[in-house]
Design a protein around this ligand. Structure first.
Ligand code: FE2
Length: 183
């Protein structure tokens, strides 16, 4: 398959992230909740963070131990490090849901399956580019959440800002990796 053709193939990982975003956006844009409902909204939005983080943990772990990840130590190590960061984010989001009186749900299987869909015909650089697109979507999603939580929950806002800093680092690391892989 030619590169151009591969680049146009659907990015299932990005689609999974965008679905998580769309559902969260519907919650944010829904009717203003009564104060009793407020925590449920906050928990639902944090659940979107948990879903995205678990998808990233699975995806990056899969890449770190893929044939390419094992053959190129720098790639394997980079993705292992990113997977570890995402697992930390996963724990932070789940703990915050508990603190707000919710129950973190670790079972959004559809999103997780899409994130780790193995497509052997795709070149490794296509996988990396897919990650880049998905990470950018995650960052935009978290920025929307930060704006939303900005006026209602300072602690959740700080937590998301902390997470976004890591995601931005991942994006620049992925860009570097993509550049060096091409060389
Ligand atoms: Fe993350």
């Amino acid at each position: 398959m030619e590169m151009d053709e591969q680049a146009r193939a659907p990015n299932a990982f990005l689609q999974a992230i965008n679905k998580i975003r769309d559902d969260a956006r519907a919650v944010m844009q829904g009717p203003a909740p009564q104060w009793l409902m407020r925590r449920k909204v906050d928990v639902a939005l944090l659940q979107s963070v948990l879903d995205a983080e678990i998808a990233c943990v699975l995806r990056y772990t899969m890449i770190s131990v893929s044939e390419t990840g094992l053959r190129h130590a720098a790639i394997g190590a980079e993705f292992q490090e990113q997977a570890n960061d995402e697992r930390r984010h996963m724990s932070l989001a789940a703990a915050r849901i508990e603190e707000l009186g919710g129950t973190p749900d670790f079972s959004a299987e559809t999103a997780f399956r899409a994130a780790v869909k193995r497509d052997v015909v795709k070149d490794f650089s296509v996988h990396i580019r897919e990650n880049l697109e998905a990470e950018q979507s995650v960052i935009e999603h978290y920025r929307e959440l930060i704006r939303f939580f900005g006026t209602r929950d300072a602690e959740t806002c700080r937590l998301l800002e902390d997470i976004v800093r890591d995601e931005e680092d991942h994006t620049s690391d992925i860009e570097d990796l993509l550049a060096s892989y091409r060389n």
